[in-house]
Design a protein around this ligand. Structure first.
Ligand SMILES: CC(C)(COP(=O)(O)OP(=O)(O)OC[C@H]1O[C@@H](n2cnc3c(N)ncnc32)[C@H](O)[C@@H]1OP(=O)(O)O)[C@@H](O)C(=O)NCCC(=O)NCCS
Length: 179
């Protein structure tokens, strides 16, 4: 994965009904550690990283690149949205496309925050790179992620085996909207 390419970054913070999407800041580091060390968050993502290793290796401001949004609720980070370019991908249909990923703290699941934030990030992308289709890869067993993908307007391109599990590749055409 590489970054999105020539987009103006960072944008002004994006405000939704309940959330703010903004670039990462030093004060988010502890939450990045929590997110990346969480076994629950990484159930379908190949397992978490060790907290000690993260504390040692993460930069002062983790996740600082164009297309990486911290999602904030009431002034605190609850998740990270990743829009990158899939320059290398196992599936030819995804190569070179903008790619959406998302990680939210378990305590923030079940409130519709991921849907709200991802819809806003996709809206931002449509503004800076009009006409871009977006792809998304998730394990088909990851029910919450599959539901989120559907709500955001992603439709199935194909399923494939990788990393010891069935993966789902979805794509969202520029005209799709979140419900
Ligand atoms: C994938 C993930 C972001 C989904 O989070 P989520 O909170 O379930 O997703 P949503 O924001 O769509 O919330 C949906 C739930 O909120 C509920 N909800 C409550 N209030 C709501 C509101 N005001 N608006 C919308 N939904 C609301 C919905 O009913 C829904 O619950 P349900 O799934 O039981 O039907 C989260 O599970 C996660 O971070 N997982 C780990 C990382 C991961 O696997 N990423 C995927 C690979 S990129």
């Amino acid at each position: 994965m590489e970054d999105l390419g020539p987009v103006a970054w960072p944008p002004e913070p994006i405000r939704t009904e309940r959330l703010v999407l903004r670039e990462p800041e030093p004060r988010d580091r502890a939450t990045f550690v929590e997110l990346l060390a969480s076994p629950e968050v990484h159930t379908y993502l190949g397992g978490p990283r060790s907290r000690d290793e993260l504390e040692r290796d993460l930069p002062v401001v983790p996740g600082q690149w164009p297309g990486s949004f911290v999602v904030e609720l009431d002034g605190s980070m609850i998740g990270n949205i990743l829009l990158r370019r899939a320059t290398v991908h196992r599936r030819p249909a995804a190569v070179g496309k903008a790619d959406l990923g998302y990680l939210f703290l378990p305590r923030a699941w079940g409130f519709g925050y991921a849907t709200e934030a991802c819809a806003a990030a996709l809206g931002w992308l449509a503004g800076v790179l009009p006409g871009e289709p977006v792809v998304l890869t998730t394990q088909s067993a990851n029910v919450g992620s599959m539901r989120l993908a559907a709500k955001l307007g992603f439709t199935e391109v194909e399923r494939f085996e990788a990393w010891g599990a069935e993966q789902w590749l979805g794509m969202r055409s520029p005209a799709a909207t979140a419900s």
